[in-house]
Design a protein around this ligand. Structure first.
Ligand code: NAP
Length: 332
């Protein structure tokens, strides 16, 4: 089958190649991929900036498709079902934190950027009817991360002021859409005027360009502080987020694209009773509840562009350069 593997001997670190299909073991299914999507994790893997990466592994955590083969012990009902795949493997029973054997589909094991992927049957969820294949393939990892950040970690309540930073990002666009669906008063930031116009059109009340350092004064004048901030950048922007958080507010971060902060206003954090909280993907229950919300509110993932597998390098470069508005999708 056709697949995109990590290959550090190539200039692009990617190889579109023919891979021998493996057999399906007990409790597993083969899903024929209709659409897969990129997460920044795939780009970190390509750049060698992710732990335990190995050449030859098929990249990709997001995917949707049709079940074409069942391993022993799998209910026959699954055959030919249209599904999405939960890429959070072995989370375990503890809602607070993943188990020590937690893994993400698509490194170190083979992922979704292939004509088919083999996963344990318990990773399958029925594809939401209102989504196209491209939208369904774009949902899993970023949708799960945004949902847990907002709900389990952020405990967002109707009417609360929510700020989601970097609206163009895969996780961020879900955090904005889920925040709106949960009746929060949503604001967002971006480096792009066009992306902020898109956010306005969705129902976001206040938008900020994070490239201008005075965006924080504008936020404080217009919004009077945020109850919850969802961020994936951190770096020295954390200091700005601390300034615009309401006393008693929460900052939930799921990534650190800009690295660690060089300094931290510790006094402001304790005096204002702020909570700075980390989050990673989500439990099986988070995934189930995320899909329920998407179905109930008929939420559509924002698709930036759809590329063919043959155009993988362009797709990864687009993510590296931060040009995307929403999810970058790849189809076999
Ligand atoms: N812990 C987890 O489970 C988990 C899950 C998913 C992602 N992540 C991590 O979270 C980060 C984002 O992932 P993604 O897949 O959503 O990435 P992505 O689609 O590549 O989005 C990155 C976005 O970051 C925004 N950004 C860049 N500089 C910023 C700044 N100074 N302030 C605020 N936003 C800024 C940009 O938004 P604009 O284009 O709007 O300017 C950009 O589009 C990555 O580091 C990723 O590894 C972690």
């Amino acid at each position: 089958m056709k697949a995109i593997t990590l290959d550090s001997t190539k200039n692009s670190n990617l190889l579109l190649t023919e891979v021998q299909e493996k057999g399906v073991s007990e409790g597993e299914v083969r899903v024929s991929i209709k659409a897969a999507a990129l997460n920044h994790r795939d780009e970190w893997c390509r750049q060698g900036l992710y732990p335990n990466i190995k050449d030859g592994v098929i990249l990709g955590s997001d995917g949707a498709g049709i079940v074409t083969e069942l391993g022993e012990g799998v209910d026959k009902e699954w055959l030919q079902k249209e599904v999405i795949v939960n890429p959070a493997m072995n989370w375990g029973e503890n809602q607070k934190v993943q188990s020590a054997s937690f893994e993400i589909l698509g490194m170190p094991g083979n992922g979704t950027l292939a004509e088919s992927v083999i996963v344990p049957v318990d990773r399958l969820h029925t594809k939401p009817d209102h989504l196209s294949w491209e939208e369904a393939g774009a949902l899993p990892l970023a949708g799960l991360t945004a949902f847990r950040a907002l709900t389990y970690k952020g405990s967002i309540q109707p009417g609360e002021n929510l700020l989601v930073t970097g609206f163009g990002g895969g996780v961020a666009q879900f955090a904005v859409q889920f925040g709106l669906a949960l009746d929060a008063k949503v604001s967002t930031s971006s480096s792009s005027k066009k992306k902020l116009e898109k956010a306005h059109a969705l129902g976001v009340t206040h938008v900020f360009d994070y490239q201008y350092s005075n965006w924080t004064s504008k936020a404080l004048t217009n919004v009077d502080g945020f109850d919850l901030i969802i961020d994936g950048a951190v770096g020295d922007t954390l200091g700005q987020l601390i300034q615009v958080a309401k006393p008693g507010g929460k900052i939930v971060f799921y990534g650190a694209t800009l690295g660690n902060p060089s300094k931290l206003e510790a006094r402001k954090i304790f005096w204002n009773q702020l909570q700075i909280i980390g989050t990673t993907m989500g439990s099986d229950l988070d995934f189930k509840n995320m899909v329920s919300l998407v179905c109930k509110k008929k939420i559509h993932p924002i698709i930036d562009r759809v590329f063919k597998f043959e155009e993988a390098e362009q797709a990864f470069d687009r993510m590296r350069d931060g040009k995307q508005m929403g999810k970058i999708v790849l189809v076999p």
